[in-house]
Design a binder for this molecule. Structure first.
Ligand SMILES: [Zn+2]
Length: 390
């Protein structure tokens, strides 16, 4: 059973805009929000616009000199010269960059507070999941790391165990870095192998350090991994770790760039499998985290065809009204898509691959199979550090 959920939304988050030639087009957020309404989901949850994260909150993760640099670039974008990663091809400076980045972070932080205090059982911020931002610099289209800030705020509120599960196609490097030595935060990232994709980290041997040794887990998937392999890897790693760790809150990042249509990466996952993992995260939150679940967006560059559908499923699951895979998309939304983008929107809510099957790890593995090798590398590196069998 699910209690009332919150959807974090302030129209102003669409001001997170690196410019017309940048792949992270804000229309993806706008179209997602409209699809949520078109399917009537906004009546199923509370829509909340939280305040921007203030200076003291941003400092829970970010260095003061970096925040000052973001503010300076925000006020005078022309002066950004690449220092702190700002003014680069990936992270161009733009006017108002500090304010809108702090606004997105504020949504994730407020969502975490609401879930922890019991004001909402689940909360979604699909504008968030900006997992590449580092304590001292912008990276990979990310300025402030709202995911890490939400986790840091939970720790500040006294939470002792937070699990962060990141299924974006890219490694959740910024969140991992923020809690690298912190045993209170278990970070698990499933992503395309660092050999073939940005940010070139997320090797299975990265397991944390100091008191946090064993609190970082990385699954580096071979390029080309499809639904069956992706689900097999998820279920071979995540549930067992959460069952053992017993988080008090689950924070998950649902970058939609694992999809076969995504232009920036090389996995071959369908919307049906993305939806299956969203459902699994919801179930795991109920099984091991007393239902306390904060779900975030992330990457996703097929901005018309994939992102709105993927995150609308996420909102539906959090709202306790999951959207059936074969659901026909309302014509009004498709007209909106055409008007905004001159592209034809999709007709149904998934790729028609439901139900997506996979072979469970407990049924055995094949040491010659590349996917199984990836899972084994993770289990051998990380599981013994947590007292679990590889
Ligand atoms: Zn990504």
């Amino acid at each position: 059973m699910s209690g009332r959920a919150q959807l974090m939304w302030d129209e102003a988050v669409t001001g997170y805009d690196f410019g017309p030639d940048h792949p992270m087009a804000p229309v993806r957020l706008e179209l997602t929000r409209k699809l949520v309404s078109a399917l009537g989901l906004d009546k199923e949850l509370e829509i909340v616009a939280a305040r921007p994260a203030g200076e003291s909150t941003l400092r829970l993760v970010h260095r003061e000199d970096y925040i000052d640099a973001v503010k300076a670039a925000s006020a005078d974008p022309g002066a950004a010269d690449g220092a702190y990663g700002i003014g680069t091809v990936d992270d161009p400076a733009f006017a108002g960059m500090h304010e809108v980045s702090a606004l997105i972070a504020g949504q994730s932080v407020a969502a975490a507070e609401a879930v922890w205090r019991g004001d909402a059982e689940h909360a979604v911020n699909f504008a968030g999941g900006l997992h590449h931002a580092m304590p001292g610099g912008a990276a990979g289209f990310c300025v402030y790391n709202d995911a890490a800030l939400a986790v840091a705020r939970l720790l500040e509120l006294g939470v002792e165990r937070v699990a962060y599960v990141d299924v974006d196609v890219h490694h959740g490097d910024g969140v991992q870095a923020a809690f690298w030595e912190d045993p209170r935060v278990l970070t698990i990232s499933l992503h395309e192998h660092p050999r073939t994709l940005f940010p070139a980290t997320g090797w299975p041997q990265e397991t944390g350090a100091g008191a946090g040794e064993g609190a970082a887990v990385n699954v580096a998937l071979p390029a080309g991994t499809g639904d069956a392999g992706w689900l097999r890897a998820f279920h071979a790693v995540v549930p067992e770790l959460l069952a053992d760790f017993r988080p008090q809150v689950l924070v998950s990042q649902h970058g939609a760039d694992t999809h076969f249509e995504d232009p920036l990466a090389h996995l071959a996952v369908s919307l049906d499998a993305q939806r299956a993992v969203q459902l699994a995260c919801h179930e795991l939150a109920h099984a091991y985290a007393d239902g306390k679940w904060l779900a975030l967006g992330g990457g996703g560059y097929a901005v018309v065809d994939v992102v709105p559908r993927s995150w609308t499923h996420l909102v539906g699951i959090a709202a306790g009204r999951e959207i059936a895979p074969e659901t026909v998309i309302p014509e009004g939304w498709r007209q909106e898509v055409y008007a905004r983008t001159r592209q034809l929107g999709p007709q149904r809510m998934t790729d028609g691959r439901w139900p997506v099957g996979y072979r469970d790890w407990s049924a055995g593995y094949d040491p010659a199979d590349r996917l199984d090798q990836a899972v084994l590398a993770t289990r051998r590196s990380a599981f013994p550090l947590r007292g679990l069998l590889p």
